[in-house]
Design a protein around this ligand. Structure first.
Ligand SMILES: [Cu+2]
Length: 151
């Protein structure tokens, strides 16, 4: 009689864990529109998770190569480099923004114009190395336009 109850408890716990893992929210996602001959651009957003997870990868149909990048000071020059993971601590909003973390879209398949809706798929790794995909739609904004004004 005890075994079925135990199995039920484990199944219930797994369900809770899976739901918690899925609760990563992306807000204010945007992509910088490109100028002619530009083959790479950045995507920015705010990410908040209800549990400790990490952003480990991203992909998009508009780009051949997508990486998670960090801006670092190299001497007195800002440079960017790919990182293996961007930690998203519980309840803390991590902002991907120009001059900081960003999703780098390289080898663009077509120019990105202001107003375009760019689909992104983020890979989030949670406890036990379990990975979930998060779909995000980022709206393209004019280069140098900065964040859109609130309506
Ligand atoms: Cu970059």
């Amino acid at each position: 009689m005890r075994t079925p109850l135990k199995v039920l408890c484990i199944a219930g716990w797994m369900l809770v864990a899976t739901q918690a893992l899925a609760e990563v929210t992306a807000t204010e996602a945007w992509v910088r529109a490109t100028v002619p001959k530009q083959s790479a651009t950045g995507a920015f957003m705010k990410l908040t998770s209800t549990t400790d997870v990490a952003l480990v990868a991203a992909e998009s149909p508009v780009a051949g190569i997508v990486e998670v990048h960090q801006m670092v000071m190299s001497g007195n020059v800002m440079a960017m480099r790919a990182i293996d993971e961007l930690p998203l601590p519980t309840g803390k909003t991590v902002e991907l923004k120009p001059g900081g973390y960003h999703v780098m879209l390289m080898d663009l398949r077509k120019p990105i114009a202001a107003g375009d809706k760019v689909p992104l798929t983020l890979t989030i790794r949670g406890p036990g190395s379990k990975e979930v995909k998060l779909q995000v739609t980022a709206e393209a904004r004019a280069p140098g336009g900065g964040p859109a004004k609130k309506p």
